[in-house]
Write a protein that binds this ligand. Structure first.
Ligand code: BGP
Length: 491
């Protein structure tokens, strides 16, 4: 009964939201380094400042494609949250000690592509960058913490985005494959758990390309094709380099419900869910496009540019386990008019009247996690890992450094109970849990610092003020108790 022995308990971060040191140690610029901060609660989006072909300068909403020929730049008079982030670059030893103290035996983190290849497509890697991660992985191992490394977490070298429109171009795929060759070889024996591409089902600015990658359907599907090939290549190569390697896919996997039992709502939910998430899981687990997608592309007149061997690569690079992020759920209505929209990263649904939401409008739904685990397990029958989960909230640090975040403890307790039920009562093969932003980091969606997920508070605000000191929130001690009891002590 309970969680299996050896269950992986930890925390998750992404380099572009946590690391900082944006041009230190030979690092080059990434798209995230050119993204300003926004304000999620007041709907102020993150932006790109661009040099235009006519020599002028213009600013664009990051959720929209920027015009062809525009190049995103880093403006010296603008504050960019990723440049310092919460300075893992300067604090990594102490942060790993904190992870160990919390009882973690796994650390999900990502490698900044531009720390290894400053332009993304350089011929030779940057040794200082390679050494940086090697030291971190060794320190983790010394503390009994298994690194779980995301090869690409919302990470696109700025050069590849500006000049090649990111994943739209095969050049980016080739550059990514080279990156995989180098890091998988270098960290052989040190890292055995890998995730290929974070939330492969989210195609926006940081994950895809800057220009017509998203608004132009042909480009969007081509970019997806290249991402799938990159993801499959990572799996195949990892297995070739070390058969002990285990590689998982990673999908943004909220749960959706039909708004009502009207078959129109049920169909709306089904088509939306397969378009938004199941398509991506099906391709990475089974190795080919599902029939409805093939027909959809045909009807739309979209033809993917393929090279010989591509289809085979997709079939050969299927994953070892299924990892996903879960924060919230949504309802899908065939007639959404007049219904309140629900919050959430890239959520398209309407508000579920049965659920409470956080300050950003994201629905809180622990049973949704159990439903999710069962749906995925029933469909694929491969091991599952929850690699992101948590609640973004505004925390108050008291003068003595304490943070009384009972709302976060409630969220974690309820979600871990749902996981436990899925394991104990439903027999789901769940192998690990790494809550999101175990230490405070920059929000991906809004670029804010005030939206905090951590069990460890970092003194940093939205404008870059703060001394970066770390303090343990009440939730830190709660998670410590949970982890050290292998998920038994949940009260
Ligand atoms: C996921 C991403 C993370 C992350 C998280 C929370 O989509 O993989 O990078 O940040 O969502 O989102 P946000 O930071 O916008 O609150």
């Amino acid at each position: 009964m309970g969680f299996p022995k050896g269950f992986l308990w930890g925390g998750a971060t992404a380099a572009n939201q946590y690391e900082g040191g944006y041009i230190s140690g030979g690092k080059g610029l990434a798209v995230a380094d050119a993204l300003t901060g926004g304000d999620g609660r007041n709907n102020i989006p993150r932006k790109f400042i661009c040099d235009m072909p006519d020599g002028s300068r213009a600013t664009f909403d990051a959720m929209e494609d920027v015009p062809e020929g525009a190049k995103a730049i880093v403006d010296p008079d603008t504050y960019y949250p990723s440049h310092i982030a919460t300075d893992f670059y300067g604090h990594w030893q102490g942060d790993i000690d904190l992870m160990a103290e919390m009882g973690c035996n796994v650390n999900r983190m990502s490698i900044n592509w531009t720390r290894i290849f400053p332009n993304g497509d350089d011929a030779e890697p940057n040794e200082e960058g390679l050494k940086f991660y090697e030291d971190i992985f060794r320190a983790c191992k010394d503390k009994g913490i298994e690194p779980l490394v995301t090869l690409n977490h919302f990470d696109m070298p700025l050069h590849l985005a500006n000049e090649y429109d990111g994943w739209v171009s095969r050049h980016t795929l080739e550059a990514f494959e080279h990156f995989c060759d180098v890091v998988l070889t270098r960290y052989k024996g040190l890292v055995t758990y890998w995730l290929n591409i974070n939330e492969i089902n989210i195609d926006v600015y940081m994950t895809s390309g800057l220009h017509e990658a998203n608004t132009n359907k042909q480009n969007r599907e081509q970019a997806r094709w290249h991402r799938f090939l990159g993801a499959a290549y990572a799996v195949k190569k990892a297995h070739e380099i070390d058969p002990a390697n285990k590689v998982g896919l990673m999908i943004a996997h909220g749960v959706s419900y039909p708004y009502s039992c009207n078959p129109e709502d049920v169909w709306c939910e089904l088509t939306n869910a397969r378009d938004y998430k199941w398509f991506f899981g099906d391709v990475e687990v089974r190795g080919y496009y599902p029939s409805w997608k093939v027909l959809e592309l045909k009807r739309a007149g979209i033809e993917l540019a393929k090279e010989p061997g591509d289809d085979e690569l997709l079939r050969e690079g299927t994953v070892d386990f299924y990892s996903f992020s879960y924060y919230n759920s949504e309802a899908q209505a065939a007639s959404p008019e007049g219904k309140e929209k629900v919050g959430g990263n890239m959520s398209s649904g309407v508000k579920n009247p049965y659920l409470e939401t956080n300050a950003w409008g994201w629905a809180i739904d622990p049973l949704g996690l159990r439903i999710n685990l069962n749906q995925i397990w029933d469909r694929y029958q491969i091991p599952l890992m929850i690699v992101e989960n948590g609640i973004g909230a505004i925390d108050v640090r008291e003068p003595d450094g304490s943070v009384h975040d009972s709302y976060r403890i409630d969220y974690m307790r309820d979600h871990i109970k749902a996981m436990k039920a899925a394991v104990e009562e439903d027999g789901v093969d769940l192998i690990g849990y790494t809550p999101w932003g175990w230490i405070d980091i920059v929000s991906a969606g809004t670029g804010e610092m005030r939206k905090r997920y951590g069990f460890v508070y970092v003194d940093m605000d939205d404008d870059g003020n703060g001394d970066m000191s770390r303090s343990r929130k009440d939730s830190f001690y709660y998670m410590q108790k949970v982890y050290k009891s292998n998920g038994e002590d949940l009260d």
